[in-house]
Design a protein around this ligand. Structure first.
Ligand code: ADP
Ligand code: MG
Length: 246
């Protein structure tokens, strides 16, 4: 289980996240929706500590970290938390100079200190899971966007993170390529992968997520089950946002 409480993040004078409280149950899929600039990416980045919040607390499994403006967080603490997470980006971000297989083994060997043969076995199993085993030795640039994103998902899952963070995983893709990525995410959801997914795509959210969190101007306006938020949102701002996209 993952919990955030009282999380605040500012860039200079711009407060981007205000008093964020969020619980992700193990095996649940949560869609993070909200207008551009509402803080979705920053919230994901505050969970894997690509950004360090100025206040609040974060718990992932047995690991816990507290933030305060006066306290500098050490590299070891950052690693202890970030290693519990896997991240999938809008623009895939595969390493261009590594093959598909090496994209997955690299972190296992370098960061997690796995022996190479074990890393290769893990990478092959994950490539099979996302339907990319036939591209094992290909270069990322030769793949379609949907294929690159499936490899990126396999890479993120390789060290068995407690949570898979996905930032607009389909928004750089044409509709038909988006479908193959959605199919992979849906399968992972059904297998009990804990996920937090920022998306503009309400159909993707409704299709995969158990829970929906609506973020606006750095605050959680409303959260609940997908059904409750999509069919009977209580707050006017949530209803307005959903109606503009459907
Ligand atoms: P979303 O993903 O919902 O579109 P973001 O989290 O990207 O929103 O951005 C939220 C706000 O934080 C925006 O006003 C954005 O300009 C600002 N922001 C994000 N990252 C940075 C940064 N590294 N430095 C300064 N401002 C940032
Ligand atoms: Mg974003």
């Amino acid at each position: 289980m993952i919990t955030l409480s009282g999380v605040e993040k500012s860039f200079g004078l711009n407060k981007v996240l205000n008093d964020i409280a969020l619980t992700l149950e193990e095996g649940s899929v949560t869609a993070l929706i909200g207008p551009s600039g509402s803080g979705k990416s920053t919230l994901l980045r505050c969970i894997n500590l690509l950004e360090i919040p100025q206040a609040g607390q974060l718990k992932i499994g047995n690991e816990e970290i507290r933030f305060s403006p006066k306290m500098r967080i050490g590299k070891r603490d950052i690693r202890r938390i970030s290693q519990q997470t896997g991240m999938v980006f809008q623009n895939f971000q595969l390493f261009p100079h590594l093959t598909v297989l090496e994209n997955i083994t690299e972190g296992l060997v370098v960061v997690h200190k796995w022996p190479l043969d074990r890393a290769i076995k893990r990478a092959e199993a994950l490539l099979a899971k996302v339907g990319m085993q036939h591209k094992r030795d290909a270069w990322p640039a030769t793949l379609s966007g949907g294929q690159q994103q499936r490899v990126a998902i396999a890479r993120a899952l390789a060290p068995s993170p407690k949570v898979l963070l996905c930032d607009e995983p389909t928004s750089a893709l044409d509709p038909e390529l988006s479908l193959e990525v959605v199919a992979v995410l849906k399968q992972l959801a059904q297998e009990g992968t804990t996920m937090l997914m920022a998306t503009h795509d309400l159909r993707l959210a409704a299709n995969i997520a158990n829970n929906v969190v609506f973020l606006e101007a750095g605050e959680i306006v409303e959260s609940g089950t997908s059904e409750a938020i999509f069919t009977q949102a209580r707050k006017a701002r949530t209803k307005t946002y959903i109606s503009t996209l459907t």
